[in-house]
Design a protein around this ligand. Sequence first.
Ligand SMILES: [Zn+2]
Length: 420
Amino acid sequence: MSQTLSLLFVCFLLLMVGLKYWLSWRHVRHVSRHADTVPQQFADRVSLEAHRKAAAYTIAKTRLGLVETAVGAALLIGLTLLGGLQWIADAIGGSIGHDFTFQLAVVAAVVLLLALVDLPFSWFRQFRIEQRYGFNRMTVKLWITDLAKSLALAAVLGLPLLAAVVGLMREAGAYWWLYAWLLWVGFNALVLLIYPTVIAPIFNKFEPLKDSSLVQRITELLARTGFSSKGVFVMDGSRRSAHGNAYFTGLGRAKRIVFFDTLVERLQPAEIEAVLAHELGHFKLKHIAKRLALSFIASLVFLALLGWLAGQPWFYSGLGVTPALDGGNQGVALVLFMLVLPVFTFSFAPLTSYLSRRHEFEADAFAARHASGQDLVNALVKLYEDNASTLTPDPLHSAFYDSHPPASLRVARLVAGLPA
Ligand SMILES: [Zn+2]
């Protein structure tokens, strides 16, 4: 059984890495082949210069992704089959034994190691790629401050959750995973609830939207669609990036609408209204609730699976770890599961991407009904150009990964839905 797991793991890892490389290769080839001609649909709006920039930016990001994939796969094999996790557990276990603290320390050590390995990539992305294409607005100082804040936040939120889960694994019997799932659902609800007022302000400033004619438009749109929220805010996204965005946060009555200042500056009021109508569409058509429900169902299935695997000796030995005979394997079980699960679930990515793209089409149609489809088209084209998003993704790459449909399809649908 243990050898079967090792073999399966290696096969799925090779499949994942192979698929990622093949899709990236196709994407780079497709984007560079179409880099010198703006698609006809956008020819009168997007300059050739902007189109070429989007191609170069897309290729640079895809190439960095390839290096990340290679390093990630090597690290995964190193931690599992080559004995890295065993070594970490021995190193920690030697000093503090196999008690509760040991379980927490093993998880914390591996999470820190993964974060450390990600650091140079994150730096390169921000200060090389984003910088080169004119999107970076961050100083190194702000980047380091953000990092320190994220680490502190992860510790404040994550350590109590981890301690509770390990406690349940040790004390709650065969159905610990069910209690852990209830805890997980509660934890998510809490984070959603405090995100707008407690977590987001740690990183950004939020001010009520001041432009009174825009406020008027938005109030009318909210009334038309029967939506209640705790106000419309503008966030200082320009402190970090030139990319623009808009989103909803919060739960129930504490919902907030947030616009990046970069979006408000760049779009006309009617276009902002259309973008907001799209976001409202996600809410009104219950996309957000459906996604949340799906993620809770998935986490229940995964926790049940972990509940079973954690009690099987071959789960550990098949992934390069000798299980402790006293049964004190909670930390190692959590780490192994967290490391290995994405390898086995990667092949499901097209399913969730497909679902997400269908939701995007529905939200676009909602926006066209309640605001203006033409304004949404104008806003989308500006956003694609400003964000240097490619207008010509490889169709297979897009079908596999993209949460949003390609620009050409979105615009074509919106235009087709417009009254002549
Ligand atoms: Zn959307």
